[in-house]
Write a protein that binds this ligand. Structure first.
Ligand code: ATP
Ligand code: RIB
Length: 299
């Protein structure tokens, strides 16, 4: 019998170029930023860091360019103790995200995928890492073909499959059928289900995937299991300065909690606490909390 442990993330890595502004400019308008900074990011990397900081042995499968951004992101993986032997270094620019955060902490993001686009197939070593993990955590910043291949393979070897369907795009039935967990925000839920009504969209998704979590920003999240809503996890009341990566922090911490055997609601509470800590700090990776700080709030 195969032993599964830890979390494998097959996903993107980006250098985030974060502009802080009072308000988002209108079309045709030029604004002066209050500040600009570079931070490690990318949904895959953020979720891997969140899982690792939450205490899971974490493996990252993705691609970085042979440039300075790639070197900086590789250093993050090392510093966080993430297994990085499956990371490809390729002759394309490391992924970049242009992020604008306004005075209310809301963000707008444009991603240039670069090296992330080169991850089009899994290697035998990637498959072995997925097979050895308890949880495979996926997002939609890699080519969707490799996301589907990873999900189907994980399913075939008994690894729990989680998809954070971000950025939003319609999902093939074949991909939905391969999932154990689907994690979406309101916008993603409506787009994937093809309904503007969040209740209808959530019910549709819950009929297609065993467990669904719809995250609701400062309202928390709604949990669905076996086609029915089983509860709400309220968000913590905190002052958000930058919500970039809140969803990623939730997903990574949630995956770590499921990998260590926690039940749905308990794992969601753990992820919610991690996300609440993250929104109180600027940047994606810099804002992701440690296991100790999550446990301190929960206690
Ligand atoms: P993002 O794209 O900004 O990373 P998202 O849209 O994927 O996030 P959200 O629903 O905004 O996901 O947030 C994910 C979780 O983070 C929420 O379920 C909640 O627990 C937490 N969270 C988000 N915003 C806040 C906030 N302002 N205060 C407290 N918790 C928050
Ligand atoms: O979810 C936040 C992430 O989305 C950022 O770190 C950015 O890189 C984009 O991928």
């Amino acid at each position: 019998m195969t032993t599964h442990s830890g979390v494998a993330v097959v996903g993107s890595a980006n250098m985030d170029i974060l502009f802080t502004v009072d308000r988002v400019p209108s079309p045709g308008e030029t604004l002066l930023a209050e500040s600009v900074a570079l931070h490690p990011g990318g949904k895959g990397l953020n979720q891997a860091v969140a899982a690792a900081r939450a205490g899971a042995v974490t493996t990252f499968v993705g691609a970085l360019g042979r440039d300075s951004h790639g070197n900086q992101l590789a250093a993050v993986l090392t510093e966080d103790g993430i297994v990085d032997t499956l990371v490809r270094r390729v002759d394309e620019a490391t992924g970049q995200a242009f992020i604008v955060v306004d005075g209310r902490g809301e963000n707008t993001i444009i991603v240039a995928s670069g090296a992330n686009s080169s991850v089009v197939a899994l290697t035998d070593d990637d498959r072995a890492a997925i097979a050895a993990s308890s949880v495979l955590l996926l997002q939609l910043e890699l080519p969707v073909g490799v996301v589907l291949a990873a999900a189907k393979f994980a399913r075939s070897v008994g690894t729990t499959v989680m998809l954070n369907a971000a950025p939003a795009q319609p999902l093939a039935p074949e991909l939905l059928e391969s999932l154990d967990y689907l994690i979406v925000n309101e916008h993603e839920a409506c787009l994937i289900a093809g309904s503007d009504d969040l209740s209808v969209a959530s019910a549709t998704l819950a009929s297609l995937v065993g467990r669904v979590i719809v995250t609701l920003g400062s309202q928390g999240s709604a949990l669905f299991d076996g086609g029915i809503e089983v509860g709400m996890v309220p968000a913590l009341k905190v002052t958000a300065v930058d919500t970039t990566g809140a969803g990623d922090t939730f997903c990574g911490a949630f995956a770590a909690a499921i990998a260590e055997g926690r039940e749905l609601a308990e794992a969601a509470t753990f992820g919610t606490t991690a996300a609440a800590l993250s929104v109180q700090r600027v940047g994606a990776v810099p804002s992701i909390p440690s296991r100790e700080s999550i446990d301190a709030v929960l206690e």
